[in-house]
Design a protein around this ligand. Structure first.
Ligand SMILES: [Zn+2]
Length: 399
């Protein structure tokens, strides 16, 4: 696989590796604000070095500035911006985020480098979004609630197995209720009811605070209030003066595969008849494919990607999660499919797809301190980039 890839593009894997090596680390404002800034700078200079114009979109939350890095390639004749490639560059709390989402960022960078070399005649944009993972205000409130709960040490690790297991159980029960379509508040109330009898007084007080923090969150405003903060704010700002991009490809974790059977599962809320798989036997629960997620408005866009997967030599196995619903309907039945920066675009009716290794439905180190470079399958990432490049080229050549 490596040889074949290197014949066609001998530097691709090295570039991907260098990006992940540079990006890996705590990229969030609580654990390492300097690293977050250095990452934004790195992305900005990389885009400039490829020949793009870079505009930063800055916004503040409680006087703390945050930056989305936006790159544009200018065409000779004015054309509306046809295509947006995006990935979030922040990482989850206390996770070095090699797969989530240094892998996606590296992918966008390398697809961009190649597209510029192809000299497309249409405009395209690149966006690296911040604050996909957390709302800093909520995260601070959660950390304060934890720190004052008497349940954790200075590093926010639970002091007892009892607390660790109980809070884990609470989260599991909440997820169960969400999968059945409960509101955020109902799911939290259900989870509380399930664990309260075995909880200590301190644990109950902490859980009550968490419930309180979520009192204004709904299944539909969750995107923009709890997650995808940077992309939501950028899009609202952008649409004030510009027409929407015609197509959006969001790179969300493209680095992990496994040959171990039983690790791969399908996110809840999707009917298997809405999954088109190619060279994948879902029964084997084998995580060796690219996941492509689309909704009602983005089925054609997804098909451009799937046909490029089939044309790659050798073909790239994929599962196309083709949700036949709009944003509101997905919010009501399959929240997991909203968990990245394509979701704010769906809400505006803009055709967007996500390409992904399916995050924790495959990856055991999702959002942990073990999400490191060593876990990544670089040849797979290279193949995903090859497919995405051809799909992007096709999109830019159309219309
Ligand atoms: Zn992510």
């Amino acid at each position: 696989m490596v040889d074949q890839l290197e014949n066609s593009d001998k530097n691709l894997l090295d570039h991907l590796y260098q990006h992940v090596l540079n990006l890996e680390g705590y990229r969030n404002v609580f654990d390492d604000p300097e690293k977050l800034e250095a990452t934004a700078d790195y992305l900005s200079s990389a885009l400039l070095s490829f020949g793009l114009t870079v505009d930063e979109h800055q916004f503040k939350i409680d006087d703390v500035p945050f930056r989305n890095i936006i790159g544009t390639i200018e065409a000779k004749d004015y054309q509306p911006r046809e295509l947006l490639l995006c990935a979030h560059y922040d990482s989850a709390p206390l996770s070095p985020g090699a797969n989530d989402n240094a892998s996606g960022v590296a992918g966008v960078l390398e697809v961009t480098r190649w597209l510029v070399e192809q000299a497309p005649t249409k405009k395209f944009m690149v966006a690296f979004f911040t604050l996909e993972e957390i709302h800093p205000k909520t995260e601070l409130q959660i950390r304060n609630a934890l720190a004052s709960s008497g349940l954790v040490d200075d590093e926010l690790q639970f002091l007892t197995y009892h607390s660790y297991a109980l809070i884990g159980e609470f989260e599991k029960k909440q997820e169960e209720a969400l999968k059945k379509g409960a509101t955020i508040q109902a799911s939290l109330a259900f989870a509380y009811e399930q664990v309260q009898n075995s909880a200590t007084k301190k644990e109950r007080a902490y859980l009550k605070k968490i419930i309180e923090l979520n009192k204004n969150i709904t299944r539909t405003n969750w995107v923009g209030e709890s997650i995808c903060i940077g992309s939501t704010r950028w899009l609202a700002n952008y649409l004030r003066e510009n027409s929407p991009p015609k197509a959006v490809i969001n790179f969300e974790e493209i680095g992990f595969t496994t040959a171990k059977k039983g690790l791969q599962s399908i996110p809840p809320g999707i009917d298997l008849t809405h999954c088109k798989s190619y060279k994948v036997d879902l029964q084997q629960e084998l995580g060796n494919f690219l996941g492509i997620i689309s909704e009602k408005n983005s089925q054609l866009l997804a098909q451009i990607m799937t046909s490029q997967c089939e044309q790659l030599v050798p073909p790239l196995p994929y599962v196309h999660f083709a949700l036949p619903y709009n944003y509101q309907e997905i919010a009501g039945r399959a929240l997991d499919f909203l968990r990245s920066d394509h979701a704010p675009f769906w809400r505006e009716g803009i055709p967007a797809i996500a390409i992904t290794d399916t995050f924790e439905f495959r990856y055991p180190f999702y959002h942990t301190n073990a999400d490191t470079l060593e876990q990544l399958d670089f040849p797979f990432m290279g193949r995903v980039c090859q497919v995405a490049r051809q799909a992007a080229k096709e999109l830019l050549g159309k219309s």
